[in-house]
Each structure stands twice: as structure tokens, then as C-alpha cells.
Design a protein around this ligand. Structure first.
Ligand code: GDP
Ligand code: IMO
Ligand code: MG
Length: 423
């Protein structure tokens, strides 16, 4: 099992980090491949809870080399805050490597994010306002500044000043936030200096690790339905969280990948705007939010709750070539007398075959549900599939039948060991 990918199968916050932390024990490298500090990845180790935005979730093991891959957009103030916080809590980040090819986020990216969201009014995407979209836009426009640029401090300073002066004019014309160019240059020159020792040719490092027959884990942020190509466009992020993005964002080739684990919550949540067929607007939704603590790790926003949607999950299996599913937060449903699962979509009384390619259609589908009996007991102590209540097993079997891949891990609580691992 040399290279595994972990990918979200819904709209994010599926509990990816907990599963990555669990799997990292048997891996020597954990690499992020896309996204940036829009991610909020929670790892609970004993009585300690950590919220990671940029540092890979394998950082808690001293045998793991954490890598920020070339596909990530890196906000340096956040990265160093995170490193300082982790180190002050006794977690060493000295093994961290940042790809020389990763693009950096600058204050003008955040200013553009805010400007674009405010101009959209009630049509806004509901971004995390971290500058993610504008940073990827600059990468595509080929005007980005990359981590490797800090290796030549004089040139880096000139690059930052030139871009800051350009953006100062653009933002002034658009009525956006004014930039203090000198202050930005001074701040980023210092940050660049601090970044330099972490910068590495990570593509080469990952291939060297493969050559040593080490196990590598590629950590997805966001999720399949937030993918810029395959998600509910325009209510998406600006990268490719789907498994294909793991190759582009790490420099490993498609044939290197052997295991692709899709993370699905036993229900669904979404932060930000956009269609959500199985959304629950009433008291049952409130109950999921309360019990599941469904508030954003990064922005604190309430996550929109809904039932598990197997139409989406089946599509995620195809888009990502999933070899298996980890079904998380099953314990959150412990007190529900009925558990609903969406197994089909209808539009105007006609059943749709598969997941629609049009977000407008998705917005008006009528979900078709199967109602399962709840198990009405706590499963947090359960550690083997055989010990799960029959009603919980029935839910897992329904998932497997519908999507055609095994559910190999079941989350029964937030902590590292609160899992049922089936193989
Ligand atoms: P990520 O972005 O996919 O890594 O997920 P987040 O960390 O944003 O959100 C998942 C939340 O659920 C975190 O607070 C986790 O500690 C918690 N969590 C993960 N797995 C489980 C589980 O199986 N049961 C419960 N109750 N909580 C879980
Ligand atoms: P993790 O990795 C949930 C959502 C935002 C918004 C849309 C675009 O913790 O699962 P962006 O700032 O990326 O331009 O926002 O994507 N979003 C997430 N939702 N979990 C995340 O990350 C997210 N990262 C971005 O809420 O709807
Ligand atoms: Mg999250």
C-alpha cells in the first residue's frame, strides 16, 4: 500500500483529519495536495484537540514527514501561527517541508475575496474569505509568487513590491481595501526568510520516499462537491480536491496510487451557499447540529445539516475511483428513532439517472428516501463491526449496496481510537 489518498466525498468537514491521523501511524509521509487555510482539520489526541489549517494531519507522529505539496496555496502568517501554536503545545514541526512550487497568498488576495463576495450580495458563495480563489486565479494568470521564490531574498522582495504596486492600483479602482505597500513588503520579506529552511523540492522528496518503499498518504482538503470542476459550481472552492488533484498537487503519478479512501459523514453538512437536496431545515436538523457540534473550525459558521445522500456518494465513488469508504460520526445518530437515507432523485415526477451535471437541476430535485430504524443506544464504546447494533449494520450495508465499495472504517467518536476498522 505505498500511496493512499484521503478525499472528502461530500461538502467538507467529513472528519478527514481524524481518519488521516489514524492512518498516519502506518505511513512515513503525509502530504497536503490542494486548498489552503480554508481547511479546518480537527484531530483529537487524548484530551488534546488540535485544529489544523495548513500543517498536514500526520504531524503528531514523530516518524511522519509532513509535506505541503505544490498544489496548496500557502498563507505565511497562518502557517507560522500554526507552527508556533503546535510547538508551544509540544508538537514538533521541524520535519515539515513546503513545496518550492506552492503558490503564496498575499493580503491582496484576501482583499479581492472580500470585494467579490460583497459585490455578489445575496448570490455570494459564502467563501472563507481567506483569499483562496484569488490566489488560484493568480496562479492561472501566471502572475503568482511561489515558495521557492524566497530562496533569492533580493528577487523575492522585488517580486512582492511589483505585485503589491499593481494590486494597489487595481484595488483602488475597484473601491477595495487600500494596501500599504511598504508594510506588506517588509512583513513578507521577514516571513520569506522564516520560510526558507522549510522550502524543498517535495516532488523529488516524495519520489525518493517511494523509492525507499515508504508509505505515503495524500491528504485532501475540502471535498468532491466543492471541486472546481465536479462540484456545485459556482458554489465551490477553487481547486481540485478530487483524487485526480492528488497527482497534480503532489507530483506523484496516477499509477503510484494504490488506495483511495473516501470520507463520508453518516449524514451530510455544508457550509456556505449552494444547492443541498437532502438538507434538513427543521428541528431534526438542529438536533444534528447540536449533537454533531456542526460549527465551522475556521469561520465558526453553523454548518447546514441534512441526511446522508447516496446519489452523491455513488458519484463520488466514480469521480475518485474510491477503493473504500470511511463512514464517520455514526455515533451522532445514536438517539434518532428513524435514520433517513437519500437513495434517488426525482425531477417533476421523473426519476433521474445519476447525479445531474447542472446545479440548477440539483437545486430542484426531490430526494427519494429510505427510512431505517434507529438503534437508540450509544455506540461510542464499540470497536468491532460484530458489536454494532443490527440497525447500524443495516445502514452500513445499505451504503455498500448502493455505492459498490466497502465501508472499511466507521467513526464512533471524535478521538483517535473511537473507530471500528474492518480490515
Ligand atoms: P475535516 O475538515 O474533514 O477534517 O473535518 P472537521 O475537523 O472540520 O470536522 C469534523 C468534526 O467531527 C471534528 O470536530 C472531529 O473531531 C469530529 N469527528 C470526526 N470523526 C468523528 C466521529 O466519528 N464521531 C464524532 N462524534 N465526531 C467525529
Ligand atoms: P475542510 O478541508 C467545508 C467552502 C466555503 C465556501 C466554498 C468556497 O475543513 O473540509 P473558499 O474559501 O474555499 O473559496 O470557499 O467552499 N469550504 C469549505 N467547506 N470545509 C472546508 O474545508 C471548506 N473549505 C472551503 O464554505 O462554501
Ligand atoms: Mg473541516
Amino acid at each position: 500500500m505505498p500511496v493512499s489518498v484521503v478525499v472528502g466525498t461530500q461538502w467538507g468537514d467529513e472528519g478527514k483529519a481524524k481518519i488521516i491521523d489514524l492512518l498516519a501511524e502506518s505511513h512515513q509521509v503525509v502530504a497536503r495536495y490542494q486548498g489552503g487555510h480554508n481547511a479546518g482539520h480537527t484531530v483529537v489526541v487524548g484530551d488534546q484537540k488540535y485544529a489544523l489549517q495548513l500543517v498536514p494531519s500526520g504531524v503528531f507522529y514523530s516518524h511522519v514527514m509532513p509535506v505541503i505539496g505544490n498544489g496548496v496555496v500557502v498563507d505565511l502568517p497562518t502557517l507560522f501561527n500554526e507552527i508556533d501554536t503546535l510547538e508551544s503545545r509540544g508538537v514538533s514541526c521541524s520535519r515539515l517541508k513546503v513545496s518550492s512550487l506552492a503558490h503564496l497568498i498575499f493580503p491582496w488576495h484576501q482583499a479581492h475575496d472580500a470585494l467579490s463576495e460583497s459585490s455578489l450580495g445575496d448570490q455570494k458563495i459564502g467563501t472563507t474569505l481567506k483569499g483562496i480563489g484569488p490566489a488560484y486565479a493568480d496562479k492561472s494568470r501566471r502572475v503568482g509568487i511561489r515558495a521557492g521564490d524566497v530562496r533569492d531574498a533580493g528577487r523575492f522582495k522585488k517580486l512582492v513590491r511589483a505585485r503589491a504596486l499593481d494590486e494597489q492600483k487595481i484595488l483602488a479602482a475597484l473601491g477595495g481595501e487600500q494596501l500599504n505597500v511598504d508594510q506588506i513588503v517588509e512583513k513578507f520579506v521577514a516571513l520569506g526568510k522564516r520560510l526558507e529552511p522549510y522550502v524543498a523540492d517535495t516532488v523529488n522528496l516524495l519520489h525518493q520516499a517511494l523509492g525507499r518503499k515508504e508509505n505515503l498518504l495524500l491528504e485532501g482538503a475540502q471535498a468532491t462537491f466543492l471541486d472546481i470542476d465536479h462540484g456545485t459550481y459556482p458554489f465551490v472552492t477553487s481547486s481540485n480536491p478530487t483524487a485526480g488533484g492528488a497527482c497534480a498537487g503532489s507530483g506523484l503519478g496516477p499509477r503510484d496510487i494504490t488506495r483511495i479512501v473516501g470520507i463520508a459523514k453518516a449524514y451530510t453538512t455544508r457550509v456556505g451557499s449552494g444547492p443541498f437536496p437532502s438538507e434538513l431545515l427543521g428541528d431534526l436538523g438542529e438536533k444534528i447540529v447540536d449533537i454533531g457540534h456542526e460549527f465551522g473550525t475556521v469561520t465558526g459558521r453553523r454548518r447546514r445539516p441534512g441526511w446522508l445522500d447516496l446519489v452523491m456518494l455513488r458519484h463520488a465513488v466514480r469521480l475518485n475511483s474510491l477503493t473504500e469508504i470511511a463512514l464517520t460520526k455514526l455515533d451522532v445518530l445514536d438517539t434518532f428513532s428513524t435514520v433517513r437515507v437519500c437513495v434517488g432523485y426525482e425531477v417533476d415526477g421523473t426519476e433521474l439517472h445519476g447525479y445531474p451535471d447542472d446545479a440548477q437541476v440539483l437545486a430542484k430535485v426531490v430526494p427519494q428516501y429510505v427510512d431505517l430504524e434507529g438503534w437508540n443506544c450509544s455506540i461510542r464504546q464499540v470497536r468491532s463491526f460484530a458489536d454494532l447494533p443490527p440497525q447500524a449494520k443495516a445502514l452500513i450495508e445499505l451504503v455498500e449496496q448502493h455505492v459498490g465499495v466497502p465501508v472499511s472504517i466507521i467513526g464512533v467518536g471524535p478521538e483517535r481510537n473511537e473507530c471500528v476498522v474492518r480490515r
